[in-house]
Design a protein. Structure first.
Length: 148
């Protein structure tokens, strides 16, 4: 089993609505517009491009499993996703978790168990107040047991 972990800090914003039905996003940018209904946090430490080489290498397997834990003011939710051999993880600002299998430079996880609208409203309320959020990203891949 090969594993790696990344920790990211970001912040809420009063304009966060988190109503998107197929994705959620964390960005290094500080601005949210009404059109950004997938954004759950801004001012992140890093985007996809800032992830460690080790983390990216593990996540770039179709059988990789990504577990993302969102921690905000004592509240917690865990999101599970998959990696992909198609991921480039090269976007400098954004990290996007998707329910679908669509991959681009912003995509960190596909087949995600949660979208913006599925994140508990208690967490979204805290983020709308500007609360900090900690994202703990853990990826694992077992080359001796690939998924078929």
């Amino acid at each position: 089993m090969i594993t790696a972990t990344e920790c990211i800090t970001a912040y809420g914003h009063p304009k966060i609505t988190a109503m998107h039905r197929s994705t959620f996003e964390v960005t290094t940018h500080d601005v949210v517009t009404k059109a950004g209904d997938c954004i759950i946090a801004v001012g992140a430490d890093i985007g996809c491009a800032g992830l460690s080489r080790e983390f990216k290498d593990i996540l770039s397997h179709d059988e990789a499993v990504l577990t993302t834990t969102l921690l905000c003011n004592g509240l917690r939710v865990t999101v599970t996703s998959r990696g992909s051999s198609q991921q480039t993880l090269d976007h400098p600002h954004d990290l996007v978790w998707r329910r679908s299998d669509y991959v681009c430079g912003r995509t960190i996880g596909i087949g995600s168990s949660h979208t913006a609208e599925m994140i508990p409203r208690e967490i979204i309320y805290e983020l709308q107040q500007g609360a900090p959020i900690r994202l703990i990203l853990s990826v694992r891949y077992d080359p001796s047991h690939p998924l078929t």
